[in-house]
Ligand binder design. Structure first.
Ligand code: HEM
Length: 135
């Protein structure tokens, strides 16, 4: 399984859940959990989709096990962070350790992604199938 093929459907899943959360907030006229909705959408949908785009543009990275691990950790930690933040803003402090621990996973995973980006930084690097037009 490629990292991008994993990231895209998981990102869409987060987008659907985040939007459903937004609709639920609107219908109930209770916006107290908006930080959780925002984090699920921005980490789970937008960031994960962008990571998928990077991997799709860098086929060598896309095929690596490390990239797949990075994507899966990002998805799981984003969902758990949103749950933790949602609990906190609903007045349930059980969410605090969940949010604290998952935030550390997320920053470590972003550092890992940064390292993968640096290693594979050149646009189209590793793409044998699509040579640059100037080449
Ligand atoms: C069906 C789609 C969506 C609905 C119904 C919805 C609904 C809402 C609602 C009701 C709020 C609270 C507003 C407030 O109390 O000030 C909110 C806030 C927010 N939403 Fe959404 N949302 C949707 C999709 C998205 C998406 C796709 C994103 C990001 C990619 C997003 C990002 C945010 C952010 C960042 C906030 C916080 C804004 C602030 O603090 O001022 N939302 N949304």
């Amino acid at each position: 399984m490629k990292a991008s093929s994993t990231a895209f459907p998981l990102a869409v899943l987060c987008g659907i859940a985040g939007m459903a959360w937004g609709i639920a907030m609107s219908m109930s006229q209770d916006h107290s959990t908006l930080p959780a909705h925002a984090h699920l959408n921005l980490l789970g949908w937008v960031s994960l989709f962008l990571m998928g785009v990077f991997y799709r543009l860098h086929p060598v990275a896309d095929r690596s096990r490390l990239a797949l691990v990075q994507v899966i950790v990002w998805f799981v930690a984003s969902v758990l962070l949103a749950i933790g933040v949602g609990l906190i803003y609903s007045g349930n402090m059980a969410g605090e350790p969940i949010a604290a621990i998952t935030s550390l996973f997320l920053i470590a995973d972003m550092l890992l992604f940064g390292w993968i980006v640096l290693k594979n930084g050149r646009a189209g690097a590793g793409s044998a199938a699509m040579p640059h037009p100037a080449e």
